[in-house]
Design a protein around this ligand. Structure first.
Ligand SMILES: *[C@@H]1O[C@H](CO)[C@@H](O)[C@H](O)[C@H]1NC(C)=O
Length: 241
């Protein structure tokens, strides 16, 4: 009896030691080192890149959705169908609206071997202008839509959301530049949107043509933006390469 009790006692102690050991062992595993020493691994540059990439991905999803709605919602489906029909007939105005994207001149050409050659600071500055090129078009999209009496809430709210996210994305990039290159100077130079007079026009067909251009181009540009941001994050922070 005595023996069994002591056996029980010692196995209990063993168990306790094991559990304690596990807890002690587990602690550094489950809690990353950097959380025990505040700031040692929380990197604001990495966090801001993550935020920027996340914003760009949200914009990418929203643009896909708003484009679908423009084509299918009765608010705009007719003019959008007409635009497509004109495109089939090789209408030059519509063809240009679908293929000429104002921000493209700012798109950093970093394919293949060239990618190695574009210096990171210059690359980041180009990205600021590439993303900034959308500030004015998105501002006017939200403004003009809000003034159209028949606009559905689902389209208007997406336009507002895209504008807001693009603004935050631009701010993230500006912050990254000052943090990564504290002495860097940038002369922001956003390309002008040639469809601005169209979206401001009193003619609804012109307005919708501008929106058609905006959707196609932003959808294309934001796809590149996501990839550029990932490349820049790798180059500047060395993370997720
Ligand atoms: C081409 O499309 C534009 C914009 O929708 C329209 O104003 C113009 O009349 C069209 N031109 C022709 C020749 O159909």
């Amino acid at each position: 009896m005595d023996l069994r009790l002591s056996q029980l006692h010692s196995s209990g102690t063993l168990m306790l030691l094991l559990v304690l050991n596990l807890l002690l062992w587990e602690k550094p595993e489950s809690i990353p080192k950097c959380h025990t020493e505040v700031w040692s691994c929380w990197d604001p540059l990495v966090e801001t890149f993550n935020s920027a990439i996340n914003l760009a991905q949200i914009i990418r999803n929203l643009v896909g959705q708003i484009q679908q709605e423009f084509f299918h919602n009765e608010f705009s489906s007719r003019p959008f169908a007409t635009i497509l029909a004109q495109l089939m007939r090789s209408n030059q105005t519509v063809y240009r609206a679908k293929t000429h994207c104002h921000a493209n001149i700012m798109n950093p050409q970093v394919h293949g071997t060239e990618q190695i050659n574009v210096r990171t600071k210059k690359y980041l500055k180009m990205m600021i202008n590439y993303v900034g090129a959308w500030s004015s078009p998105l501002f006017h999209l939200a403004l003009e839509l809000s003034a159209m009496p028949a606009v559905p809430e689902t389209i208007l709210s997406k336009a507002n959301e895209i504008e807001k996210n693009n603004k935050e994305l631009l701010d993230d990039l500006r912050w990254i530049l000052t943090k990564a290159y504290p002495t860097a100077k940038i002369k922001e130079n956003f390309p002008t949107w040639e469809h601005l007079p169209f979206i401001k026009s009193n003619n609804n067909d012109d307005k919708f043509l501008a929106m058609f251009n905006l959707c196609f181009c932003l959808r294309n540009n934001i796809f590149h933006t996501v990839n550029h941001l990932k490349t820049l994050k790798c180059r500047i922070t060395g993370k997720d390469c």
